[in-house]
Design a protein around this ligand. Structure first.
Ligand code: PRT
Ligand code: ZN
Length: 224
């Protein structure tokens, strides 16, 4: 990777991809997108995009492999907690919260199940892709429940007999409803953040960075 080019990790394909590219385009950063490519060079600025799974973005920034990343706070905080536990580096700079990718991480139970408060979770198995965020919440609440890690199809876990409840991302609530679940408790609210690696950028990259940030602020302001 060239030292002089700013590298930005973005989600390759998923809910954040389009908005991430749209934001950079609105900043005047042009790309010739090739769907299959991992690395895309800007044709207008010394900027390279690294297109990866969203789960890999925080680690790439925390390890200083890329300069910047656009990622949901749910994934960012989960990775940060995971690394803290493993005593791995989890340092990064939070530059901006951006106005997309809004969602919440919520605990949901089968609709027919009585729920009078968090204490009712005691002893339950809760399926989730975010075990660290869930563990932190349960600990804060003083409730003993068991996170069951699933990387997908979390919402079918109760019906499949894998868990009693779920802790999953929600935006409209339609998915929970379609699976006979009712949202009971929001544990984390998320939107996309622009993050930077902890180690300082060299001056030419920092200059590019300052310009980009000023344009992002302009774009965000114009949206309001
Ligand atoms: O392949 P890769 O790992 O990159 O993608 P992914 O499948 O892990 O993630 P993706 O593209 O689904 O989501 C990327 C990010 O978008 C998440 O990490 C969140 O920060 C953000 N986001 C915003 C959401 C949602 N809204 C969302 N609704 N991510 C997931 N969902 C899912 C949720 O898991 C559930 O299955 O949508 C369903 C619920 O939606 P509603 O509208 O029915 O409530
Ligand atoms: Zn993912």
């Amino acid at each position: 990777m060239s030292k002089q080019r700013l590298t930005i990790a973005v989600q390759k394909s998923g809910r954040l991809s389009k908005e991430s590219i749209k934001l950079l385009s609105a900043c005047g950063v042009k790309f010739n997108m090739h769907e299959a490519r991992l690395m895309v060079h800007s044709t207008s600025h010394p900027i390279d995009l690294l297109r990866v799974r969203d789960d890999d973005i925080p680690g790439l920034v925390m390890d200083g492999v890329v300069d910047l990343g656009l990622v949901g706070e749910n994934v960012l905080e989960e990775e940060s907690l995971e690394r803290e536990m493993k005593q791995q580096s989890n340092q990064f700079r939070s530059l901006r919260r951006l106005d997309f990718g809004h969602c919440r991480l919520s605990i949901a139970l089968p609709t027919e199940q009585n729920f009078n408060g968090i204490a009712d979770l005691e002893g339950l198995k809760i399926a989730t892709t975010y075990p660290r965020l869930l563990e932190r919440y349960l600990k804060d609440q003083g409730v003993k429940a068991k996170p069951v890690m699933l990387t997908g199809s979390v919402e079918v876990a109760p019906r499949a007999g894998l868990a009693n409840a779920v802790c999953d991302l929600v935006s409209t609530g339609a998915t929970l409803e379609a699976n006979g679940l009712r949202e009971q408790q929001v544990i984390f609210r998320s939107q996309v953040q622009l993050i930077q690696r902890a180690e300082a950028l060299d001056p030419s990259k920092q200059q590019m960075m300052d310009k980009l940030l000023a344009r992002i602020d302009g774009v965000q302001l114009a949206k309001e």
